[in-house]
Design a protein around this ligand. Structure first.
Ligand code: 1HE
Length: 269
């Protein structure tokens, strides 16, 4: 991928634990701590936060990946012993703030998964809107074995992807899922060969970035909230969101283009 360094705000060019690139409307963020398997230390969480809040407003899709042989080994275990109860809550909340910013941000996130996607790494991957998994991907929640509990929103986000029962199995037994098993249970949307994840993610990011902004906003912000609502509240919010989206000029232009035979048809590739 050809990335323009000049499009990356100055502040983000100086981060050392992540690598940021911008190509047109697509930002790429790579966790860049391969010697520690991209374990999420406090400074790495802080740099991700700085990055997400300082991305240019022109960014319409984000591709998230990890340098080296693994996407992310989760929490940096060397930091945990320092925490009191209050410190533990503060630490967990700092992850929640960042991960909410990613899920409910300005642009959809496409995660490229390979190698270990474990513990906090799976929590991070679960904030993404789309997950592309390479052959080498393995998923696990070793918190049970480490004597701790998920603290980076895993108990909220992971059951919504694979169900409470499967998450309990991963945590209680230390079971590790391979890429195919992950695909079967719904952890990934796309499965690709090793080394193909970034190209697939970029292809998807370009498609996503070309959607009408209000459609992407509705998918990111309304859809997950509606899923948490009662039937009647969900239908009410859906009507409001639908009316807002269809009133946008971008929606009217696209519908007119289809009726005039100038827009693509729905076809299976
Ligand atoms: C680490 C970490 C880490 C590696 N924190 N330093 N996460 C885990 O329980 C996963 C722990 N890690 C592993 O199981 C393995 O490292 C991997 C399967 C990810 C990769 O194995 P491998 O053979 O490629 O690497 P390695 O030799 O184990 O690790 C290389 C170095 O990274 C080594 O440091 P070095 O100084 O000896 O070279 C490791 O100590 C270091 N390293 N993973 C700190 N996680 C908000 S709650 C979230 C709770 C959790 O995430 S719990 C799950 C934590």
């Amino acid at each position: 991928m050809t990335k323009s360094r000049s499009a990356v705000p100055d502040l983000l060019q100086h981060l050392d634990l992540i690598e940021v690139g911008i190509e047109g409307a697509i930002a790429s963020i790579r966790l860049n701590r391969p010697a520690k398997r991209n374990a999420l230390s406090d400074p790495l969480i802080a740099q991700l936060h700085t990055c997400i809040v300082n991305l240019p407003t022109t960014v319409r899709a984000i591709v998230l990946s990890g340098a080296g042989d693994h996407f992310c080994a989760g929490l940096d275990l060397s930091e945990l012993s320092e925490h009191s109860v209050a410190g533990g809550i503060e630490h967990s909340r700092s992850w929640h703030v960042l991960f909410d910013l990613m899920q409910f941000g300005r642009a959809p996130v496409i995660a490229v998964l390979h190698g270990a996607v474990v513990g906090g790494g799976l929590e991070l991957a679960s904030t993404a809107h789309i997950r592309v998994a390479e052959d080498s991907t393995i998923y696990g929640l070793p918190e049970g074995q480490r004597g701790i509990f998920v603290g980076g929103s895993g108990s909220v986000r992971v059951p919504r992807l694979i169900g409470y029962a499967r998450m309990a199995d991963l945590m209680l037994t230390g079971r590790v899922l391979d890429a195919d098993e992950g695909q079967q249970v719904g952890l990934s949307h796309y499965r690709v060969a090793d080394g193909q994840g970034m190209a697939k993610a970029m292809e998807l990011a370009k498609r996503i970035a070309s959607n009408a902004p209000m459609s992407n906003f509705a998918v990111m912000h309304a859809l997950p909230r509606i899923a948490d609502m009662s039937h009647s509240e969900g239908l009410f919010v859906e009507s409001l969101m639908a009316a807002i989206a269809q009133a946008e000029p971008a929606a009217k232009d696209r519908m007119r283009a289809f009726l005039e035979g100038k827009a693509g048809k729905v076809r299976k590739e």
